[in-house]
Design a protein around this ligand. Structure first.
Ligand code: ADP
Length: 253
């Protein structure tokens, strides 16, 4: 049973009798706050596309679309896809939250997992005219294969998505005595300093991605962060080559 899930979210937690419990309780308050914000955001993020869908559908149901049937149906298709993306991402996050994914730690070959991701993103990269450069070595470590796959998939997909035509994505994995280091870097549009701390928040998307109309949910990096935390690791984001982005993950051994 997850104790945080079973707390009354409206009662601020404090404990004067047992001061040693205070940091723990503050941590719980913090988690409660995040949970509340998340629920509020979920409703908003689901409502936005659904409002458009029902709006366009209603116009068409009343035959008021004039000669714009194609455009209106396309809007409904696009917004439905967005809704599905959000729901799929929320399911992934809540599975990690509840810990009920198949969480079997096993010895995995990171290079194999990464090459699998690269194969599955090959067509997407070709369409975006972005080159994927595999600099991995065969590195083995104890991890949950499905989560590592998800982490790397999201990072490489972003590196392609937030890139220019003829851009590049480099991926490497290296074995150090205390940790395994995974680096995904790109020479794409980059992340502003003010956004760097916030990109891991659920539903956070930088102005750049909104203004460039790049599709997304703002949940990809939250899933990544969650997966890294699950492996007792760290993730940091840096600038790369003045205009691109570099993500560095360290998974402790
Ligand atoms: P999404 O891509 O669905 O918007 P993410 O959580 O994966 O959501 O990413 C959050 C935000 O971080 C993105 O909206 C984008 O602004 C920024 N971002 C993530 N990866 C990159 C990258 N490789 N280069 C530039 N910006 C990025």
């Amino acid at each position: 049973v997850d104790p945080i899930n079973h707390l009354n979210l409206d009662v601020p937690l404090a404990n004067k009798t047992y001061p040693e419990l205070q940091p723990l309780l503050e941590n719980m308050n913090y988690h409660n706050k995040i949970r509340k914000e998340f629920s509020a955001n979920v409703s908003h993020e689901l409502k936005t596309p659904l409002t458009s869908i029902s709006g366009y559908a209603e116009i068409m149901a009343n035959n008021l679309q004039g000669d714009n049937t194609q455009g209106f149906s396309q809007k409904i298709v696009d917004e439905s896809k967005q809704l599905l993306r959000i729901i799929e991402d929320i399911i992934k996050l809540s599975k990690l939250d509840e810990g009920n994914v198949q969480l079997d730690f096993e010895t995995i070959n990171y290079q194999e997992v990464i090459q699998n991701v690269l194969r599955n993103l090959e067509d997407y990269a070709a369409k975006a005219k972005v080159s994927l450069i595999d600099e991995t070595l065969p590195v083995k470590g104890l991890a949950v294969r499905q989560i590592i796959y998800e982490i790397i998939y999201n990072l490489i997909q972003n590196a392609i998505k937030y890139n220019y035509e003829n851009g590049h994505v480099w991926i490497s994995v290296r074995d150090y005595p205390r940790y395994i280091e995974i680096i995904v870097k790109d020479d794409g549009i980059g992340i502003h300093d003010k956004d760097k701390e916030r990109v891991f928040e659920r539903f956070y998307r930088s102005d750049k991605s909104h203004s460039k109309q790049i599709e997304g949910t703002g949940l990809g990096l939250a899933i990544v962060k969650h997966g890294v935390d699950f492996h007792n690791g760290t993730i940091e984001v840096f600038d790369y080559l003045n205009h691109g982005t570099k993500f560095v993950i360290k998974i402790n051994k």
